[in-house]
Write a protein that binds this ligand. Structure first.
Ligand code: SF4
Length: 436
């Protein structure tokens, strides 16, 4: 099916940007491009880079849901959307744009530790979401994760539904949980991997049967609906015994050279999640020249270039660094995440992007842990608590929180009303306090 032209679509109301729903911000419109399982072909990357220059301010962001967004969009929304649709970056049905929220490992199908290649099932789940009118009623934030047991995996982001591969009697099964993350969620049951699509359909149907109009997310529904009641009405049999397999929780670094089952990949990140058109074109050129012609976006706001020629890895790394990409996890900016801040968001209390650069210069090289600067409590840039969070209270002033599993939100308040410089001194802590 050919996606409809921009003039034929009236986007449904939501505060979240979409392809057709270009949301106004202080620095212009924001257009979000949802990528299937984070996959972006090299030609599509070039098309996004071109679009950001022709129709916007040339600022592209990698999101923490492994998507891209173009910032600073001007008046010609139709021109922008047509350009992106021509590059194959739209849904098959405009009504299905918002619901294409399926997270995979950036090394799905390639990771040496994987128990199964999740990509075929992922394609079926995306087809289901896009082609089922009833599922278009789901919130633009309603999100599903499909984990194949890869070492490079996001374990901390909460999802409305997650499925995770486990070995069972010589076969692969999928355990699942609701409104939680892979690292801390309760396993509610399992099905053979062949029934994964039926399980997703059953969970989504059950959610829509039970949720009130105010309950757009699974966690909201489960506040009023006991999980046992939810499971009892599922239109699929799930196994609830012998599903307590422990998924390995040691994950791979996401920057630098990444092993594949065959070949090698390279993880690179634009500083603070922001790509220039030249950076995106540079990554596309290398993917085409020495890789498999594709890029994969990650939930760490980074890119993975897959199946690179081993002999060209260092060459590729050098060229990407010359484009401005971070290619080593030891780089201080690789530890820092910042939301848009006052240069682009009217809700911001501080210029988090600028303060993050100051702070990164003060962090000790090679120290583990992540630091998140959020210019308001909405925490757009990070979907789970960072080891340390600086929450803005005024321009240049922050409250510092340290993650604490016993405390909700950002964690334990460590100090209030700090400058970025003062916070940098305080963050030079023993690593057990900031360890990811
Ligand atoms: S966290 Fe707040 S200030 Fe930062 S981008 Fe989101 S809404 Fe804006």
């Amino acid at each position: 099916m050919t996606p409809p032209l921009p003039s034929e679509v009236s986007p449904r109301p939501s505060a979240c940007p979409g392809l057709w729903r270009i949301v106004a911000a202080r620095d212009g419109g924001i257009c979000r491009i949802k990528l299937p399982g984070g996959l972006l072909l090299a030609d599509q990357a070039d098309a996004v880079a071109d679009a950001s220059e022709r129709f916007a301010a040339g600022v592209i962001e990698a999101t923490n849901r492994a998507n891209l967004q173009i910032r600073g969009v001007g008046q010609d929304h139709s021109g922008l959307v047509e350009h992106l649709l021509a590059a194959g970056l739209g849904p098959r049905d405009a009504a299905g744009d918002d619901v294409r929220n399926l997270m995979l490992s950036p090394l799905a199908g390639l990771d040496p530790a994987m128990l199964c290649d999740t990509r075929p099932l992922a394609g079926q789940i995306l087809d289901l979401l896009e082609s089922t009118p009833r599922f278009h009623k789901l919130s633009a934030k309603f999100a599903v994760q499909l984990d194949g047991g890869e070492a490079l995996a996001m374990l901390e982001h909460a999802h409305d539904l997650w499925l995770s591969a486990m070995p069972r009697a010589g076969r692969v099964w999928l355990r699942f949980g609701l409104a939680s993350s892979l690292s801390s969620g309760q396993v509610l049951g399992a099905v053979p991997v062949e029934q994964g699509l039926a399980l997703v359909r059953a969970v989504l149907e059950r959610f829509l049967d039970l949720a009130t109009p105010e309950q757009s997310r699974m966690r909201q529904l489960l506040q009023t609906c006991p999980v046992e009641h939810f499971l009892e009405g599922l239109a699929i049999q799930v196994e609830t015994t012998a599903v307590a397999w422990q998924r390995p929780t040691t994950t791979s670094p996401w920057l630098g050279v990444l092993p594949q089952r065959q070949g090698m990949a390279l993880g690179v990140a634009p500083p603070l999640g922001r790509l220039t058109p030249a950076m995106l074109r540079g990554a596309a050129r290398i993917a085409r020249q020495w890789g498999d012609g594709s890029l994969r976006l990650s939930p760490w706001q980074s890119l993975v270039l897959t199946s690179l020629e081993p002999a060209e890895l260092e060459n590729a790394r050098a060229q990407l660094m010359a484009c401005g990409m971070l290619c080593h996890s030891e780089h201080p900016l690789a530890r820092v995440v910042a939301c848009t801040g006052s240069s682009g968001c009217a809700k911001a209390q501080a210029d988090t992007k600028a303060d993050a650069v100051t702070l990164a210069g003060l962090l000790p090289q090679g120290a583990p842990g992540s630091v998140h600067l959020s210019a308001c409590p909405r925490s757009c840039a990070m979907a789970h608590p960072a080891a340390a969070t600086l929450l803005a209270r005024a321009p240049g002033r922050y409250d510092l929180y340290l993650r604490d599993a016993r405390q909700p939100g950002f964690g334990r308040l460590r100090a209030a009303n700090l400058t970025a410089e003062e916070a940098g001194v305080m963050l030079d802590l023993p690593t057990e306090h900031l360890d990811d």
